[in-house]
Design a protein around this ligand. Sequence first.
Ligand SMILES: O=C(O)CCC(=O)C(=O)O
Ligand SMILES: [Fe+2]
Length: 341
Amino acid sequence: MAQPPPPAKTVQESVSDGEAVKEGYAYTDGKVATSGEAIHVMEVPVIDLGLLASSPSAAGELFKLRSALALWGCFQAINHGMSGSFLSKVRELMGQFFALPMEEKQKYASPADDMEGYGNDMVLSEQQVLDWNERLLLIISPKDQRKLDVWPRKPESFRERVQEYSVKLQAIVGVVLKAISLSLNLEENCFLDQVGEQGKMYARFNYYPRCPRLDLVYGLKPHADGSTMTIVLPDEEVLGLQFLRGDQWISVSTIPEAVLINIGDIMEIMSNGILKSPMHRVVTNATSDRISVAVFCCPEEENEIGPAEGLINEDTLRLYKKIFYSEYYQLGKRPIEALKI
Ligand SMILES: O=C(O)CCC(=O)C(=O)O
Ligand SMILES: [Fe+2]
């Protein structure tokens, strides 16, 4: 009887095989300049979510929030309602999942026509260079849209923990959206009403194996997120995430109990361009593996998105068109490009 073909090797297996850099992952045109570039390490602004809600200190914290999002497009959130030990458990869970035998992980492999599940990038063209990572992408909210057949059954606590994590993040999204509205002198529910209370959340669990050839690969190519905001739980020790400020890539360091929040194109549009959806990328590390989880918080699909009316007046032109969020998927471009007036 004919044997089925062996499953394609992943980056993790390529590395442990001692293979240098697997074909398909390497940039051969010198586009990855990470080894030659002098990269500065900086801590991004820290925002205390507890202070945003307490009236005597809120004004100062709201001002900090607005400037962090206008300059960096991201901030570190502390006092977010999740304990350090809970975050360690989420990190541990990811490490345990990616360390499972390939045969187990392949049970949750994403189907060819879907991004959800375990795997690597969807291959859209022959020229596409793949990112040096393995990932697990899951819709975690709303609950009735979860595709449980691609949700890991191992480690055993996976589903329960991810459920707990999604409830906590949903609360953070509410607090941050209200604070962003207030920081722009808008009515508190202005952005929350646009995106809806039941927005979609995608969790992307990332595993970036170490790579000896930093000059040839990206852990994640330069990109901006199409979300309203993205909540990242970065690796506790290994740096890799970099944000573009001006024409310089900055490697960001974070405190272990913080989560990093960056805004996406939807927020830039709703703020009529005042807040910036930042370009960012992930570079690999030569000696250590890195893990992270990024949760993309997106509007409800049937909602119309556009610049807040309160930000438009005779002196300030509307920079973006309004669009139904479900239509924007068909545009095949960055929302801020596609909707520019
Ligand atoms: O791995 C990270 O720290 C960030 C991941 C990220 O930017 C993404 O998944 O869009
Ligand atoms: Fe991202």
